[in-house]
Design a protein around this ligand. Sequence first.
Ligand code: A2R
Length: 307
Amino acid sequence: MQKQPLLLLGPVMPYLLEELEKRYAVEKLYEEKDALGFLKEHALRFKAAATSTFTGLKADMIDLLPALEIVSSFGVGTDSLDVTYAAKKGIRVANTPDVLNEDTANMAITLLLAATRDIVANDRFVRKGRWAKGETPPLAQGIEGKRVGLVGLGRIGSVVAGKLLAFGCDVVYHTRNKKPDVSYKYYDNLVEMARDCAVLIAILPGGDATRGVISREVLQALGPEGTFVNVARGTVVDETALVELLQSGELGRAGLDVFVDEPNVPEALFALENVVLQPHMGSATVETRKAMADRVVSNLENYFAAK
Ligand code: A2R
C-alpha cells in the first residue's frame, strides 16, 4: 500500500524521523531550496504535517496548505503554533503533554537546588583551585520549610508541587482560576504571593496571554533573599528586569532553562554567580524525548483511525 504523504516542517530527532518514515511518505520542507515553489506545486497532497514547538506553525503556513487536516507537534507548548487560526480552518493541532511532566518537573527541582545551593558557582570555585588555596565560599540557602510559589499549577506544576512536598516546602500557587481540588494556598495576586515566598517557579504556558506576567514588581517583591526558577517560557518574565535585579542583588538567585530569544541568552547573565543557566533542557532526556516522539506518531495514527 502506498504511504500517505506527510509534510515535515522542521528538523526532528532521528528516532522520530525514522518512525514517521516507517508509516508515511515524509517530505522535508526545511530541506527544500524553494519551499514556496514546492508548496505551490505539491501542497494539495498533504493532509498531514508534523512540526515542533521549536519550528512552530504560523497562519501564513496554514494558508499555504489548503488540504491540511492535522498537524502533530513535538512538545507541549503551543505558543509557537497558531492554534486559533488552525481551528478556524478546521485543522486539528496535536501536542505531546503529560509524557514530559516528570522530567520537566525534575528540571525545576534541579534548578531550584542548584541555584539555592550555589552548585555551579561552587563547582567553579573548586576547579579554579580556590578551595585548595584555603578560601571558603559563602554559605548557601536551604529550602526545607520555605514557602515556594508556583506560577501555574497544571499538569507539570502539580508534579512540581508533589516533589516540593518531599523537600519539606510549603507550596502555594497563583493561576487565573483557583483550583477547587487542591489544598495548597491560592493567591489571586502574584505580587502578594512573591512577597510571601522564598522561591517562585514559573510553569505556565508562553505566548501573548502570559507575556511579562512575572514583572519587575513581582521580582522585586521576591527580593534579595528570593530565588526565581523558570521552566516555562522566557516570555513569561520581564527578562530585562530579571537581569538588572540579579545584577544589583535586588533579586537573590535564579535558575533559568528558558529565554526570550533562544538560543541567545542575555550576555550580562554570563558574569553572574547567582544564576544557573540551561539551554532549554526541561524535557530533554532520552526517555522523555522518545515518549514525546511516540506521542507525535500516535496522535497522527489516532486521527487517521478516527479516534
Ligand atoms: O490560569 P489557569 O487557571 O488556567 O491555570 C493554568 C496556568 N496559567 C496561568 N497562571 C497564571 N497566570 C496566567 N496568565 C496563566 N495562564 C495559564 O498555567 C494552569 O494551571 C497552568 C498550565 O497548565 P497546563 O495547561 O496543564 O500546562 P502544562 O502541561 O503544565 O505545561 C505548562 C507549560 C507549557 O505550556 C510549556 O510552556 C512549558 O510548561 O513546558
